[in-house]
Write a protein that binds this ligand. Structure first.
Ligand code: ZN
Length: 364
């Protein structure tokens, strides 16, 4: 019974890869915070909720104008909250994304830090930071502690970790690609790059599609604040995120060409269970006799293609195929490394041709 419940959750997330296999038709833009209860950070009379909304609307307008095949859905276009309870407010945003069959979820936020000299941009994806980082962040960050899943709670942590592990085999790679593209576009503008970070964020956990949360600058830093509250700065930021969306859409569509069509739709699409409902679930134990190895996954497809397919570019004939249970069943992998650090030395070269490439682990 317990395992069945967990399997149902995993199957659903597997079907979530449908969001990728059907291309990018709907982009959901979420302006973080809102309403009287959730203004977000506040500095010099500026409220984060308003900055987020202004950038969200500018981003949406750019997509509507330049990517006519992509529909834009906003979680909010006005200063509003969805519930006076934070977890319900965040869930409502995810529900909007699901109701509208979102293919990509972009949440826009501004950062705050106790040290006013800290500045720059970072993009968050669902995942777990190390205990050390968590303790650090809790001490330093002011505004987003409540938006994180409570990983100090053993039951929650077990379920969330199993979920994160599963993400790696569904569309987690797509969230990571999108996050990296956003950061790359920021870097081109000369912004201080704080990188792609993994955090167990409630709003990303609730969203069953590739999803990112981008922090467009620090309100606690005077220069950043000036930039993110100015018309010019907001246009620039929205432009950067837009160019990342465009590149993301192109990358996903290119993978689709290989897949030769959409994935079969699941017969039943159960609700994404909330953490409390998953409490009885136990993670599957990994067999202890296997050896963990590392490889670089270039891409994935619904239908199997030969390993010398032209889409594999200069990696033709150099990849091997890993079969998985997700919709994008066939993973095209390069290398076989005993050490993650060694795989890390190769990934930048691979990403020149395959921006979505990432390191996977598998048992041998
Ligand atoms: Zn925020």
């Amino acid at each position: 019974m317990v395992l069945v419940a967990l399997f149902a959750l995993f199957s659903y997330n597997g079907f979530g890869a449908e969001n990728v296999a059907q291309g990018v038709k709907v982009v959901v833009i979420d302006a973080g915070h809102g309403g009287s209860r959730f203004p977000g950070a506040g500095y010099n009379g500026f409220a984060e909720k308003n900055i987020n909304l202004q950038v969200a609307l500018k981003l949406g307008a750019l997509i509507e104008k330049n990517l006519p095949d992509v529909k834009v859905v906003y979680t909010r276009t006005t200063d509003k909250m969805f519930s006076s309870v934070l977890s319900e407010d965040l869930q409502a945003r995810a529900d909007i994304a699901h109701r509208n069959s979102g293919d990509l979820f972009i949440s826009i936020h501004a950062n705050a830090h106790r040290n006013s000299e800290v500045r720059g941009v970072e993009t968050l994806i669902m995942g777990e930071t190390s205990m050390e980082q968590r303790v650090n962040q809790n001490a330093l960050y002011i505004n987003n502690k409540e938006e994180l899943l409570d990983m100090s709670d053993q039951k929650t942590a077990t379920i969330v970790r199993a979920y994160i592990q599963n993400l790696q085999f569904t569309y987690g790679e797509y969230s990571e690609m999108m996050a990296r593209l956003v950061q790359e576009e920021y870097v081109k503008l000369g912004y201080n790059n704080r990188g792609v970070r993994r955090q167990p964020l409630k709003v990303l956990y609730a969203t069953d599609m590739p999803s990112i949360l981008t922090e467009i600058g620090f309100m606690s830093n005077p220069a950043d604040l000036k930039h993110i509250t100015s018309e010019k700065g907001q246009k620039e930021i929205a432009g950067a995120i837009f160019r990342a969306v465009k590149r993301y859409v192109e990358n996903v569509n290119r993978a689709l060409l290989i897949d030769g069509g959409a994935a079969p739709a699941p017969a039943v699409k159960p609700q994404q269970p909330k953490v409390q409902e998953k409490e009885q679930a136990q993670p599957k134990q990994k067999p202890q006799t296997t050896v963990k190895r590392y490889a670089i996954q270039l891409m994935a497809s619904v239908k199997k293609i030969p390993t010398d397919h032209p889409e594999l570019k200069s990696y033709r004939g150099k990849v091997w195929v890993l079969e998985s249970g997700s919709t994008l069943k066939y993973k095209y992998c390069y290398g076989d490394f005993a050490d993650k650090a060694v795989a890390q030395t190769q990934i930048e070269a691979v990403r020149k041709e395959f921006p979505q490439a990432f390191i996977i682990t598998y048992d041998k």
